[in-house]
Design a protein around this ligand. Structure first.
Ligand SMILES: Cc1cc2nc3c(=O)[nH]c(=O)nc-3n(C[C@H](O)[C@H](O)[C@H](O)COP(=O)(O)OP(=O)(O)OC[C@H]3O[C@@H](n4cnc5c(N)ncnc54)[C@H](O)[C@@H]3O)c2cc1C
Length: 341
């Protein structure tokens, strides 16, 4: 018997879709993804597994750690009958988030959407058939891939890839911070950080920004932003907390240290959709194209998308969760139209 719905992804979008689908009696099957380092770290639970403090998700007045919040999402989905593809079957015990159970979760390796039911292939080669599919694979923030950068990002040491998410944290207030990047989103992040920081250095490998003219003007005219041209970060300094950056001049090759109390990467995102190429319509950057903005329908009927893999603008946990809810409701109604309940 084909599955009614398979969900790929276990971030806020995937688990929310699973909660709604499970409560609608669709017994969803989730590919939660294998932990990996590529060089960005990708974990079951998604991007929030890389953040220590989530302060903007409603319902947690004191804030909550990203991994803890995602373990709550997972347990809530499983409570209503969600199954998860693991190396050892479909019903893992998720009651203890720290027992390493998620290391047995599998990636979805490929899909065949050219025939119905759709075929979804796990890492071990096992093929699942399904009437519908929800893609919620996220978009990974790009990191530099430096060991100290990743260590401090994962331990709340003042390194982040999301200014809107983390900029307001007390550790960054009235401090000198750095943003790496030169595009529109780097200017947006740097400008946002000037609300809290005493100064923001924008570190860029060239001698002019890639950003649009209007955004360049915004950065260059902001008295709190100082440009650091022709520079790349070769190391992040500090033990428990970031204390500075080692910079290399891209013209002279000279190295120097820049003291800062926070580092924000703004060098783009990579949607985790390469396995969908040729199956589903993607945009030029790899984001899943939605047929109708505000809904979750994709180019293939019966395939729905949710979260950051289909969102180039907001990329927040709450918006991803909202999109997961939409996808599950759209999916449930579409299945009902096909006579599948
Ligand atoms: C450092 C950092 C801090 C952040 N802090 C905040 C914050 O404080 N508040 C906030 O609202 N937002 C924050 N964000 C943004 C937030 O994390 C994302 O917007 C949100 O996680 C997107 O959810 P998602 O479900 O779409 O994707 P993700 O969370 O990225 O989850 C995608 C999931 O898909 C899985 N996956 C990918 N490919 C496959 C495959 N082939 N097979 C199976 N599984 C697969 C991955 O393993 C992952 O579990 C932060 C982001 C970063 C990088």
């Amino acid at each position: 018997m084909p599955e009614k719905v398979i969900i790929i992804g276990s971030g806020p979008a995937g688990w929310t879709a699973a909660i709604y689908a499970a409560r609608a009696n669709l017994q969803p099957l989730v590919f939660a993804g294998r932990p990996k380092q590529t060089p960005s770290i990708i974990l079951p639970g998604g991007q929030l597994m890389l953040t220590t403090e989530v302060e903007n998700f409603p319902g947690f007045p004191e804030g909550i750690s990203g991994p803890k919040m995602m373990s709550y999402f997972e347990r809530q989905a499983v409570r209503f009958g969600t199954r998860i593809v693991t190396d050892e079957g479909l019903n893992p015990d998720v009651s203890n988030p720290d027992d390493g159970h998620s290391y047995k979760y599998q990636d979805c390796k490929s899909v065949d959407l050219s025939q119905r039911p759709f075929k979804v292939v796990g890492e071990d080669g096992k093929v699942f058939e399904t009437h519908s599919l929800i893609v919620a694979t996220g978009a990974t923030a790009n990191w530099l891939g430096l060991p100290n950068e990743m260590r401090l990002a994962q331990t709340g040491g003042g390194v982040s890839a999301c200014a809107v998410c983390d900029g307001a944290l007390p550790i960054f207030r009235n401090k000198e911070l750095a943003v790496v990047g030169g595009g529109d989103s780097a200017v947006e992040e740097a400008t946002y950080l000037t609300k809290f920081a005493s100064k923001v250095y924008m570190i860029h490998r060239r001698d002019q920004l890639r950003a649009s003219r209007i955004m360049q003007q915004r950065a260059l005219s902001n008295p709190k932003i100082e440009m650091v041209w022709n520079s790349v970060v070769v190391d992040v300094l500090g033990d428990e907390r970031i204390s500075g950056l080692r910079l290399k001049d891209t013209v002279t090759g000279e190295e120097r240290d820049l003291p800062v109390s926070g580092l924000f990467l703004a060098i783009g995102h990579t949607p985790a959709t390469s396995f969908l190429k040729g199956q589903l319509e993607l945009d030029e950057k790899g984001y899943v194209k939605l047929r109708d903005p505000g809904r979750s329908f994709t180019s293939v009927e019966g395939v729905f998308a949710a979260g950051d893999c289909a969102d180039t603008i907001y990329r927040q946990a709450i918006t991803a969760a909202g999109m997961g809810c939409r996808a599950a409701i759209d999916c449930e109604r579409w299945l009902a139209d096909q006579g599948i309940h």
